[in-house]
Design a protein around this ligand. Structure first.
Ligand code: ADP
Ligand code: MG
Ligand code: ZN
Length: 216
């Protein structure tokens, strides 16, 4: 074997190994799931003002950019800013269907590939099997909602959704007392019903140290 042949042999094997490395990289960093038709459940949870709706809107806008069919739902009970849009506290919004019962989501989602649901905590317990069913049909389901109520107790059906979700994002607000990251929602009025719909006039975000649980 002459000198030149040896060199070209080496080159060949180099280029082969580079191809192998590239292939490996592709597999490692490919952003698509292994099976793009497999459904999944994502949950975005946290206190009020923690950016749940903002994050939901961001994911749904990206799905729209990818030309996927998106359907968005909110409970009819939450008409704080708009009845037919999900709206964040920093005034981003997306058109949505207001629904009274979780089962209406199933009925209205036949065409959709991506389903966004805001204020999950205001839905009945049926939301859990319905999200599961939609994910099993191959759809991407994204639910945003409060993980705790104003007493700091888990807010059903969110805990059950967290348990069955493939991906959970817990968002934090800024504590309005001390500026630390906040995970609690402080009710500023004396009302004792679990659901009192309101925003800045009625609630503020607080950290564990500054949060004052209401008297039982
Ligand atoms: P959520 O859906 O969790 O209630 P939104 O997505 O509607 O929250 O609103 C998030 C936005 O609220 C922030 O981008 C910010 O502009 C505003 N905001 C108001 N108060 C606070 C706070 N205490 N902490 C963080 N963001 C706040
Ligand atoms: Mg919200
Ligand atoms: Zn604090």
């Amino acid at each position: 074997m002459g000198k030149g042949e040896g060199k070209s042999e080496k080159k060949k094997s180099d280029s082969r190994s580079i191809t192998r490395i590239n292939l490996k990289r592709k597999q490692l960093y490919h952003p698509m799931p292994a099976n793009p038709h497999a459904g999944s459940l994502e949950v975005i949870c946290g206190s009020m003002f923690s950016g749940k709706t903002e994050e939901l809107i961001r994911r749904l806008r990206r799905a729209e950019i990818a030309k996927q069919k998106v359907a968005i739902f909110k409970p009819a009970i939450d008409a704080r800013f708009s009845n037919d849009h999900i709206v964040s506290h920093n005034e981003q919004k997306l058109r949505s269907f207001p629904v009274r019962h979780a089962k209406e989501i199933l009925q209205k989602s036949h065409e959709a590939q991506v389903i966004g649901i805001d204020e999950g905590q205001f839905f009945d317990a049926e939301l859990v099997p319905i999200c599961n069913e939609l994910a099993e049909q191959g759809k991407r389901v994204i639910v945003a909602g409060l993980d705790m109520d104003y007493r700091g107790k888990p807010f059903e059906p969110m805990p059950q959704l967290l348990a069955i979700a493939e991906q959970v994002t817990k968002t934090q607000a800024v504590c309005m007392q001390c500026g630390e990251p906040a995970s609690y929602t402080q009710r500023l009025t004396k009302a004792t019903e679990r659901v009192v719909v309101g925003a800045k006039d009625m609630y503020e975000a607080r950290c564990r140290k500054c949060y004052e649980p209401p008297e039982e």
